[in-house]
Design a protein. Structure first.
Length: 140
């Protein structure tokens, strides 16, 4: 029976897969995932495991689970520190291109709400990552 497990579309949600899946949802919120975004994702995930495998498993997971169900399951699986790390990475992705459109903000705050994090708790992360991503003063 074990041989056929690799063909199964069932993926168990782990903290690493929750991080990757969250990032994929944010990257895809504008309708497509750019090559630069995939490279960013791979670099981030490489620090915690096999990036290619995590992306593949996250993709499989997201195909069988809708956003709300994923957020609920991730909320149950992640510690508060892990949730804040996921949210910080989502902020970083959201602000990477210099602007946060309304649909990206709505998606982000749906994660904040699903994770039971208050706006007061997340605001310092938004503030510091906004400064980190504001490179306008370096442009000629």
């Amino acid at each position: 029976m074990g041989f056929f497990n690799k063909f199964s579309s069932k993926v168990e949600l782990t903290p690493a897969i929750a991080l990757a899946t969250s990032m994929i949802y944010m990257m895809a919120s504008d309708g497509e995932i750019a090559d630069e975004e995939l490279n960013y994702l791979a670099v981030k995930l490489h620090a915690i495991g096999n990036a290619e495998e995590l992306i593949e498993l996250s993709h499989k997971y997201s195909k069988r689970q809708d956003l709300k169900a994923f957020q609920k399951e991730a909320n149950e699986k992640l510690t508060k520190d892990q949730k804040l790390t996921v949210l910080a990475n989502l902020i970083d992705i959201l602000l990477a291109d210099g602007e946060a459109d309304e649909s990206e903000q709505e998606l982000f705050f749906s994660f904040v709400e699903a994770f039971g994090i208050t706006e007061d708790e997340i605001q310092p992360y938004i503030d510091i990552l906004s400064v980190k991503n504001d490179l306008a003063s370096f442009v000629g």
